[in-house]
Design a protein around this ligand. Structure first.
Ligand code: DC
Length: 210
């Protein structure tokens, strides 16, 4: 199905936002596979910057130093996540990076670098499924489809059981209350509770909105 506003030969642009454990990865993977387009996990980009700050023994709340790290870091996010040539797919899911990432993501200079790279990623491919916290509100406000995922605190904590309910709640609080591009429901976004239906059911419904 082609949106009337989309240029010929381009793919749809799908923006997916929501808190930790809301089901963004699962739904974005399923949608990208179904549409035959690529997916970008922008959380992995912020996690990569947090990983590199820790690698360089930089305090994650040192705004200037972490901005420098973000500018100079090469990040490839696909099936694996590779930063400065090191495969950090597993490392960025560890407790140290999870604890440091909210401070890194609250840094406006880091966000400016990441937003630019995310827009270039989409432009290069002529579309894609992009998931994060500020995708529909800031990165791709003209996306063809904007989704905001939710789930009850119990469901989300169970999905992120390795991180722990308290750590997840702390990260969500920081991500939603920060000054720079906080997590919020963007104008025109469809709100979906991913705890009530199967992934297949959600994909089918969402495709009718595109
Ligand atoms: O989706 P995730 O849990 O892997 O994201 C890691 C952190 O990165 C999360 O705590 C908030 C931040 N983030 C962000 O601020 N903006 C995005 N577009 C994606 C993630």
């Amino acid at each position: 199905m082609t949106s009337p506003t989309r240029e010929t030969g381009t793919h749809p642009v799908v923006a997916i936002d929501g808190p930790a454990g809301s089901g963004k990865s699962t739904l974005s993977r399923a949608l990208a596979a179904r549409l035959g387009i690529e997916r970008l996990d922008t959380g992995a980009m912020y996690r990569s910057v947090a990983w590199a700050a820790l690698r360089d023994q930089i305090d994650p709340s040192d705004l200037e130093a972490v901005a420098g790290v973000a500018q100079n870091l090469t990040i490839e996010v696909g099936d694996r996540v590779v930063a400065d040539g090191t495969d950090i797919t597993e490392a960025i899911r560890g407790p140290e990076v999870s604890a440091a990432v909210s401070a890194v993501a609250a840094n406006p200079a880091v966000r400016a670098v990441m937003v630019e790279r995310q827009r270039s990623w989409v432009a290069l491919r002529g579309g894609g499924v992009v998931e994060g916290r500020d995708i529909a509100s800031v990165v791709l406000p003209d996306a063809d489809l904007k989704l905001y995922l939710t789930a009850s605190p119990e469901v989300r904590a169970a999905r992120r059981s390795e991180e722990g309910a308290e750590a997840v709640a702390r990260r969500d609080r920081l991500d939603s209350t920060r000054a720079a591009s906080p997590l919020e429901v963007a104008d025109g976004a469809w709100v979906i509770d991913t705890g009530s239906n199967s992934v297949e059911q959600i994909v089918e419904e969402v495709l009718t909105w595109l």
